[in-house]
Design a protein around this ligand. Structure first.
Ligand code: AMP
Ligand code: MG
Length: 403
């Protein structure tokens, strides 16, 4: 059996980045940049006033209160482009260029206009450079502002707009076909009959895949029939970059997913991971290049294995700089039991404590099929293989569940 870290490494190695595409800036949120973004201009492009007030020379204000002659007005979008001399002041607005000859801006609250606007009284001294954001002090033309592999957040949208990126080159969104298998499954709008349950995996997988940036298609539910399963996987693979199945990968007599993948000519990279829950997870590639994640049917295993493995692949396809879930340290708030031979990823709530470090509260739950309790989890707590009990107060590795 391979470790979780080894399995993640294999997923990264076998995943190819999809060819990038150009999208309108409006559509770029949450996409992954495929190219570095270079500043096409200095920012600010001129010495800019940060306040409404008067552009003056700091030296003129040292014996404030003083009176200075108003010689012009600099407005955002229409500056005053003459040289201001000693003893003079220019009325200035936030965002307007500071005229040549001025070296500070005194805010309007510390001034008073006199003589019907001919002079201004500066009531307090202004230090040199006050309220001026110097040209190129935020960034110089030619510098890299954002890097390939970063996910575009709302604040980055402003950065892209500022540098004229009306179109942005981003990784293509992977198409994911989601396929639940199991003869006991009925659709969400059906009343389960005897021995049946509603399919829930398609919805958690679909949701997590969407959070990972994928375009999701749910395939029809497929019973435990080898021929039908093979046909459905092949159909799913014709219209997607990744197929994610759930169920049918354990050792049961009616577990046919691996057989179907093999009969379709699939290359299996791993089929057992030293992980609890989620040991029988399968990762394969079909002859047409489509990757397949065969997740166990247990709904909790689905959430854990999807986010450790399939999500990593989906992000890598989009060119993400670091595709795997980030691990952080936290302090355990209640003791938990590990497993002798496998790493455990146990559901918990992760929060920041008063001292500023992360705390991990393991969920009380009825075991690895309890997906109702799991719905309250915000992260997974990793217990290394072979550790019988992790005591309260221990430091543990955690990952946050995407939300
Ligand atoms: P399997 O991996 O097929 O042996 O399934 C393990 C457990 O997960 C069984 O109790 C199944 O009924 C349940 N299960 C499998 N697929 C789904 C699904 N799509 N939705 C909800 N439960 C499922
Ligand atoms: Mg099954």
């Amino acid at each position: 059996m391979i470790t979780v870290a080894e399995a993640i490494q294999i997923v990264k190695e076998q995943t190819q980045t999809l060819s990038p595409e150009r999208v309108e800036l409006d559509d770029a949120l949450d996409r992954f940049l495929a190219e570095d973004v270079i500043a096409d201009s200095d920012l600010p492009p001129f010495d800019r006033s940060q306040m409404d007030g008067y552009a003056v020379r700091a030296a003129d204000t040292q014996n404030a209160p003083v009176r200075l002659r108003i010689v012009g007005e600099s407005v955002a979008g229409a500056g005053w482009h003459n040289e201001m001399l000693a003893g003079q002041a220019v009325r200035i607005m936030t965002g307007a260029p500071v005229p040549k000859g001025a070296d500070t801006v005194q805010q309007v609250e510390l001034t008073r206009e006199l003589d019907e606007g001919a002079t201004v009284e500066i009531q307090r001294p202004a230090y040199l450079g006050k309220a001026i954001v110097g040209r190129a002090s935020e960034i110089k033309a030619g510098e890299t502002v954002l890097r390939a592999g970063e996910r575009i957040n709302a604040a980055m949208m402003a950065v892209l707009a500022s540098f004229g990126q009306a179109k942005v080159t981003v990784g293509r969104e992977p198409r994911v076909a989601v396929l639940a298998t199991g003869s006991e499954l009925v659709a969400v709008d059906q009343q389960p009959g005897q021995d049946q349950i509603r399919d829930s995996n398609n919805y958690s997988i679909g949701a997590y895949a969407a959070l990972a940036g994928a375009i999701v298609e749910l395939m029809p539910l497929t019973g435990d029939d080898p021929g039908l399963l093979k046909h459905q996987i092949a159909t799913a693979a014709e219209r997607s970059d990744v197929v994610v199945t759930s169920g049918g990968v354990s050792m049961g007599v009616y577990d046919f997913t691996k057989t179907a993948l093999k009969e379709l000519g699939g290359e299996i990279f791993f089929e057992r991971v030293s992980l609890r829950p989620g040991k029988p997870t399968v990762f394969a590639r079909l002859p047409n290049g489509v990757l397949v994640f065969g997740l166990p049917g247990n709904p909790v295993s689905v959430s854990v294995t999807f986010n450790l493995f399939a999500r990593t692949s989906l992000l890598a396809m989009q060119g993400a700089h670091e595709p795997a879930l980030e691990e952080e340290w936290a302090i355990l708030e209640r003791s938990v039991k590990g497993s002798v031979d496998r790493e455990s990823y146990l559901p918990g709530q992760i929060r920041t404590g008063e001292a500023g470090h992360l705390l991990a509260q393991p969920l009380k739950w009825g075991g690895s099929s309890d997906f109702i309790a799991f719905a309250r989890a915000t992260g997974l707590i990793r217990v290394p293989a072979g550790v019988a009990t992790l005591e309260i107060g221990s430091t543990v590795r955690v990952v946050r569940l995407p939300s």
